[in-house]
Design a protein around this ligand. Structure first.
Ligand code: ADP
Length: 172
C-alpha cells in the first residue's frame, strides 16, 4: 500500500526550526560558515558550532562531517559540501549525489539519528539548476528512506515546494 512505503516528507520551513535528530548543512569546504542556510544554522546554533567546525578542519566536496547541534533543537548537524555548478561538465551531478550519500552515511554512524532534514544543497550560492538538483536529491533520499524513521526535504520557497512535490511524484 503506497501509504505504508517509507518516503520523503517535503516541508517548506526554515530548517533551523525543525525538531529532528539531525539537520544537514549546505556547508563549504572551509567549514567556517557562509551565507544562506549555512549562515542561518550557525546563527541558530551559536558560536560553539563554529568552534566545533574549526576543530574538524576542512571537508572535501562530496563529503560530510558531524558536529553537535548546540543551541539548535536538532542534537546534531551534518555538514555536507555540495559542488559548485560549473556548467555540468565537471562531474557536478555525481558529486551532488555523493554529497547526499555522504550525509546519509554520516547519519548512519550515529545510532541516535533516526530523523534527519536536508536543505536543497548547492541550489543557492553554488548555482546548481534547481530542477536537476531536486531530482538527484529526492531520488537518493527516497532510496534510503527506509533506513530512518523520518527524512525531511526542507525547502525554503513556494516555488521549491511545488518543484519538490512534483519531482517526488514523478520519480520512476
Ligand atoms: P549552497 O551554497 O550549497 O548553494 P545556499 O545556502 O546558498 O547553499 O542555498 C541552498 C538552499 O538553501 C537554497 O535553496 C536556499 O533557498 C535554501 N535556504 C536558505 N536558507 C535556508 C533555511 N534557513 N532553511 C532552509 N533552506 C534554506
Amino acid at each position: 500500500m503506497p501509504g505504508l512505503v517509507p518516503s520523503v516528507e517535503v516541508v517548506r520551513t526554515d530548517i533551523t526550526a525543525l525538531a529532528v535528530d539531525a539537520i544537514v548543512n549546505a556547508a563549504n569546504s572551509s567549514l567556517l560558515g557562509g551565507g544562506g542556510v549555512d549562515g542561518a544554522i550557525h546563527r541558530a546554533a551559536g558560536p560553539e558550532l563554529l568552534a566545533a567546525c574549526r576543530r574538524v578542519g576542512r571537508c572535501h566536496t562530496g563529503q560530510a562531517v558531524l558536529t553537535p547541534g548546540f543551541r539548535l533543537k536538532a542534537r546534531f548537524v551534518i555538514h555536507a559540501v555540495g559542488p559548485v555548478w560549473n556548467g555540468g561538465g565537471s562531474g557536478e551531478r555525481e558529486l551532488l549525489r555523493r554529497t547526499y550519500l555522504s550525509a546519509l552515511g554520516v547519519a548512519r554512524t550515529e545510532p541516535e539519528i533516526r530523523s534527519i532534514a536536508f536543505p536543497a544543497i548547492s541550489t543557492g550560492a553554488y548555482g546548481f539548476p534547481r530542477e536537476e538538483a531536486a531530482r538527484i536529491a529526492l531520488e537518493v533520499l527516497r532510496d534510503h528512506a527506509r533506513e530512518f524513521d523520518r527524512i525531511v526535504a526542507a525547502v525554503f520557497t513556494e516555488a521549491d515546494l511545488a518543484l519538490y512535490r512534483d519531482t517526488l511524484a514523478a520519480l520512476p
